[in-house]
Design a protein around this ligand. Structure first.
Ligand code: 5GP
Length: 202
């Protein structure tokens, strides 16, 4: 009944909990989340090919030159990008796929995929966001300042998204996002109705 899978873009400020929410969406509802490539060093516990494809700068740049990215951006001094191969394969199989990417990347995707669903994840408050970044314990003072200084600019970009979800508790945010995706899948414009009831109506 569906032509193709749905592309869902989830963005929001650093530390808002996008990673945790995505992990739960995969676990609870079996959603696929694209594995990005990055030049940032792995944090403790992160695994290559699971959390990210960790690449050196030269390899990343050669992939840019070979046009292998759907989008890429320099975020907080490192490159991050979504490989076209990850997304195209899932969509063509009819699977939904979630991109957990920053706002610059989301704008690039918007110029290519007008039918994607754009969701912005918000913290319950700015103070809570600050304490979540600090709790993660992986930032130096300067990298914390860099991440935190862009928050107000990032929040202004929310108007370019379709939905905003407040991540006050992970379970609640996951339920809301699942609800949004289910609703979007029921849009008549996304359904191959002609194939389904063509013999009766069209
Ligand atoms: P982190 O270093 O905390 O894992 O990610 C830093 C920022 O990069 C986050 O806002 C995250 O959403 C974003 N990011 C992760 N993967 C990608 C990607 O493939 N493309 C873009 N544009 N941003 C990404």
């Amino acid at each position: 009944m569906y032509n193709k899978g749905l592309l869902i873009v989830l963005s929001g400020p650093s530390g808002v909990g996008k990673g945790t929410v995505c992990k739960e969406l995969m676990k609870k509802y079996d959603y696929k989340v694209s594995i990005s490539a990055t030049t940032r060093s792995p944090r403790e516990g992160e695994v290559d090919g699971v959390n990210y494809y960790f690449l050196d700068k030269d390899t990343f740049k050669s992939k840019i030159e070979n046009n292998e990215f759907l989008e890429y951006a320099e975020v907080y001094g490192n490159y991050y990008g979504t490989l076209k191969s990850q997304v195209e394969e899932e969509l063509s199989r009819g699977n939904n796929i979630i991109l957990e990417i920053d706002i610059q990347g989301s704008m690039q995707v918007q110029s290519v995929f007008e039918n994607a669903v754009y969701i912005f994840l918000l913290p319950p408050s700015i103070n809570e966001l600050k304490s979540r970044i600090l709790k993660r314990g992986s930032e130096t003072e300067s990298s914390f300042n860099l991440r935190f200084s862009s928050v107000s600019e990032e929040l202004k970009c929310m108007v370019n998204y379709d939905y905003a979800v407040i991540n006050d508790d992970v379970e609640g945010a996951v339920e809301k996002i699942n609800g949004i995706i289910r609703t979007e899948m029921s849009r008549i414009s996304r359904m191959n109705l002609e194939k389904f009831i063509g013999g009766y109506i069209f």
